[in-house]
Ligand binder design. Sequence first.
Ligand SMILES: CC(C)(COP(=O)(O)OP(=O)(O)OC[C@H]1O[C@@H](n2cnc3c(N)ncnc32)[C@H](O)[C@@H]1OP(=O)(O)O)[C@@H](O)C(=O)NCCC(=O)NCCS
Length: 457
Amino acid sequence: MTTLDSRTVAVGEDDRAAFRAGPVDEESRSRLADGGLEYRRVAVEGDDYPSWLQSVARGFQDGERSAEQIAASRERSGYRRLTGVYDPQAPVADAPVATIASWLGELSVPGDAVIPSCAISAVTVAPTHRRRGVARAMLEGELRAAHAAGVPMAMLTVSESPLYGRYGFAPAAAGAEWRIETKRAAWIGPRPGGRVDFVSRERVRELLPVLHERVRPSVAGEIDVPGSHWDGFAGTNPAAEKTGEKRAVQYADADGEVRGAAVYAVRENHEDFTKATVDVHYLLAETDDAYAALWRFLLELDLVAEVHASQLSVDEPLLWMIADQRAAKVTVRDHQYVRILDVVASLETRRYGGAGTLVLDVSDPLGIAAGRYLLEVDESGAGRVRSLGSETVDAVTVALGVTELSATYLGGVSLATLAAAGRVTVTDAAAESSVNALAMATSVLGWHTAPRLSIWY
Ligand SMILES: CC(C)(COP(=O)(O)OP(=O)(O)OC[C@H]1O[C@@H](n2cnc3c(N)ncnc32)[C@H](O)[C@@H]1OP(=O)(O)O)[C@@H](O)C(=O)NCCC(=O)NCCS
C-alpha cells in the first residue's frame, strides 16, 4: 500500500493480489475442523467455482445459475478472494455449505481521503448447517486475516440488520430511498446551461467508472466500485435480463464536458398511461449543475407519476429543489457498515469536524482494536493518534465499543445521539457538567456532509 500524502493510502494491484492470495485464518480453520468441516480458499478460475457460485445463489434463496451466468460471473470475479466451508459427509460434498468473498478495496473517509478496506460479501451458510457458528467462524476468520495483512478497516452491506454488530461492524452511512410524486413535486431548483442527451448503454458503461473515480474521494462512504457493478447498472452484462428496459442519459456542461450520467427504467402503468414509474438505477453527478440537470430531467419526464431512487444520502440537495417537500417519501435504512481494525491508522486517515483532544477508551469483542488512544485534532481538522496504554491524560474521555467508534467514523452518526442511546459514555474529570465535553467530542468526531454509498456489494 502506497502512502500518497500523510492521510491517503492508495491500494495498488500488488496489494490486492497479495490480499487475495493470503491464507485462511488458522484459528477459524481449526475450529471448523473440530466440527468435521473443511475451510479453504476457492480459485475463481478453478473447477470449484461453479459449485461455489451455486451455493451463494441458494444461500440467498435465489435460483440456480445458468452456464452463461456462471461464465459471466467468473470473468468478472477475478478481484475477489473466495472461501468455502465444505462438509465431506454431505451427499454433494463438492458444494460448499458456507461461502464468503472478500477483496481489498478503498473506502472514502471525511476529508477527501481513502483508506484500504477489506470488503466482505457473499456470506451464506446452507440452511442445513445454520446456527452452529459457521458464519461466526468465517467472519472472525476474515477479520483476523485482514488485520494480519495490515488492513486497517473492514466494510460490508447487509441483508439483515442484526447480523454484524456482534463482530464490531456498525452502520456508518445510511441509505435513503425516495419515492417522489412528480406532478406534486414541481421543480424550483436551478436550470443550468449545458445539455442532457441520451447515450447508449455501452457509452454509459464507459462513463460511469470515469465519473465515479472523480467523485468518490470527496464522498465519505463510497468505495472503488468493482467493474462488474458497472456492467450491472449499465445493462452491459451479457448474462443479465431485461437490459433493454434501461435508458441512459449524460449531462454535458456549457463547455461540452460530461459531468454526470443517469441510468433509469420506466415501468408502464397499463391502467393509466400517464402514471408510469421511473426506477433510477444510478445517478452520478460531478458538479451541482449536473445534479440539478439530471434530477430535473427525471422529475419532468412526461407520462410519469412517480420517480423511485435508492441509496441516496440522508441529506440530498434535491429536497430543496422541489416546491412540495411532502411529494417525496423518504425511507432511511442502515446501509454501509464499517469496522475499524487499526484504530491509529483509521483515525489518522480521516479529517474531523472541529479541534479538540479526546481519550478514546475502546472495547472490542474480538480484541483486535481494544485499547486506550489519544486523539488530538488541530484547527485544520487533522488528527494525530497514539496508543496510551495505561498512561493517564487529563482530557475528555469517551468510553465506547469498536462498534460505536466505527459508527462515528464516516461522520454521519452523532456521538451525542449515541450517548443519549446509552451506547457511549463521555466524562470530563475537570468539568462540573459533562454537557460541554459531549458537545466538544461530538463536534470533533462529526463532519459537515452526510456520508453515502450508492451501491450494494
Ligand atoms: C445469516 C447467516 C449467514 C448466518 O449463518 P449461521 O452459520 O447460521 O450463523 P452463526 O451460527 O455463526 O451465528 C452467529 C451469530 O449470529 C446470530 N445470527 C445468525 N443469523 C441471525 C439472524 N438471521 N438474525 C439474528 N441473529 C442471527 C446467531 O444467533 C449467532 O449469535 P451469537 O454467536 O452472538 O450467539 C445464514 O443464516 C444465511 O446464510 N442467511 C441467508 C443469506 C444471508 O442473508 N447472508 C448474509 C448476507 S449479508
